[in-house]
Design a protein around this ligand. Structure first.
Ligand code: R5P
Length: 304
C-alpha cells in the first residue's frame, strides 16, 4: 500500500508508523480558488496499486467544500487516469456529518449525499475518526454495503494525553445530552468513574445555543469538558462557564476535532478553560495529540 497525500508531519508520521511510502499530493490553488491537486509521481507507476488517500481539512473555518472537492477530484483521478486498483480514503474529520437527518423540510440529507459522492468517485473504503453519528447507528449506515466504512475513536488518543497530566480524580462533563456517549467513551479510556452531561438547545434557524444545567457539585474538582468537535466554541464555552460557576478548580476543554472557526478559542478560554486539548484530525498548529497511532494500528493490524 502507498499513502497519497500532502507531505506534512501527519502523513510523514503515518508513513513511518505503517511502513507505507508517501507519494506527495501537491495542493495547487488557482487565484480564483479552483484547485488542482496533482500527484507527484516522480516516475512511479500507480497502475494496479492499493492506496491510502490521506488529506486533512484545515481548521479555522476554512472551506469544507473545497476540501471535499479536493478529495473527490483526487479519487477520480487516481482510478480513472492513474490506474489505481483500490482506494482507501482517510478523511480524519468527516465533513457534513452533523446534518445526519433532514431537520427541517427542504434541507438536504448532507452526510448521506457526501457519502454517495465519495462512493461514486471510486473510493472502496473510508476511514474516519469519531464521526458525528447521533441519529445513525453506525458510519457504515451512510454507505452502500460494498464500501467499507471504518470509524476509529479519537478519544483514545485524547485519553493518552490527559492521563499523562495526572489530574487528581477528574470529573468528565459533556455539554449536552447527545454528548454523553463521548463522555462515556473518554471515561472508559481513562478509567474514570464519574461523568455527566448538561443539556443544550440549539435554535435550528439561528444556531443560537442555550445550555440547561443540572446541579453538580464540582467544588475543587478537576473537570474535563469533552465534545467530539468545537466549531464556534459556543457549546464548549457555555459548559466551561457553568462548570466554573459550580466550583471547578481546573477545567480542561478536550475535543477530537478542532474545527475552530474564528474566535472559538478566545470564547473557550474567556469562559474559564485552563487548557485546550485536541487531536490532529484537522490541520491546526495547536493539536497536542495525534490520531496517527490508532489509525496506523488499524491499518497494520486489521487489513494488511
Ligand atoms: C453538536 O452536536 C456537536 O457535538 C458539537 O457540540 C457542536 O458541533 C459544537 O458546535 P459549536 O462549537 O459551534 O457550538
Amino acid at each position: 500500500m502507498l499513502i497519497i497525500g500532502p507531505r506534512d508531519e501527519f502523513n510523514l508520521r503515518l508513513s513511518e508508523l505503517t511502513g507505507f511510502d508517501l507519494v506527495e499530493l501537491e495542493e495547487r490553488v488557482f487565484p480564483d480558488g479552483e484547485i488542482c491537486p496533482r500527484v507527484i509521481l516522480n516516475g512511479r507507476d500507480l497502475e494496479g496499486e492499493e492506496v491510502l488517500l490521506s488529506i486533512r481539512m484545515s481548521s479555522g473555518g476554512s472551506n469544507p467544500n473545497s476540501y471535499l472537492v479536493e478529495v473527490l477530484l483526487t479519487a477520480i483521478n487516481l482510478k480513472r487516469e492513474l490506474g489505481v486498483h483500490r482506494i482507501v480514503a482517510f478523511l480524519p474529520y468527516f465533513p457534513y456529518a452533523r446534518q445526519d437527518e433532514i431537520f427541517r423540510k427542504g434541507e438536504p440529507f448532507s452526510s448521506k449525499y457526501v457519502a454517495e459522492l465519495l462512493e461514486s468517485s471510486g473510493v472502496d473504503e473510508i476511514i474516519s475518526v469519531t464521526v458525528h453519528l447521533h441519529r445513525l447507528k453506525s458510519f457504515q449506515d451512510l454507505f452502500a454495503r460494498e464500501v467499507r466504512a471504518i470509524n476509529i475513536s479519537g478519544f483514545e488518543s485524547l485519553a493518552r494525553y490527559l492521563l499523562k497530566k495526572n489530574l487528581d480524580s477528574p470529573f468528565i462533563l459533556a455539554p449536552d445530552t447527545e454528548g454523553i456517549h463521548w463522555a462515556r467513551e473518554l471515561a472508559k479510556f481513562m478509567d474514570v468513574a464519574e461523568f455527566e452531561s448538561f443539556e443544550k438547545e440549539r435554535d435550528l434557524a439561528t444556531g443560537e445555543i442555550r445550555t440547561k444545567v443540572k446541579k453538580l457539585n464540582l467544588n475543587g474538582r478537576n473537570v474535563i469538558v469533552v465534545d467530539d468537535m468545537v466549531s464556534t466554541g459556543g457549546t464548549m464555552a457555555n459548559a466551561v462557564r457553568e462548570a466554573k460557576r459550580m466550583g471547578a478548580k481546573r477545567i480542561v476543554s478536550a475535543f477530537v476535532h478542532p474545527v475552530l472557526v474564528k474566535g472559538a478559542l478566545d470564547r473557550i478560554l474567556g469562559a474559564g478553560a485552563d487548557d485546550i486539548v485536541a487531536t490532529d484530525t484537522l490541520r491546526w498548529v495547536g493539536s497536542k495529540v495525534s490520531v496517527t497511532d490508532e489509525v496506523s494500528r488499524y491499518l497494520r493490524g486489521a487489513l494488511y
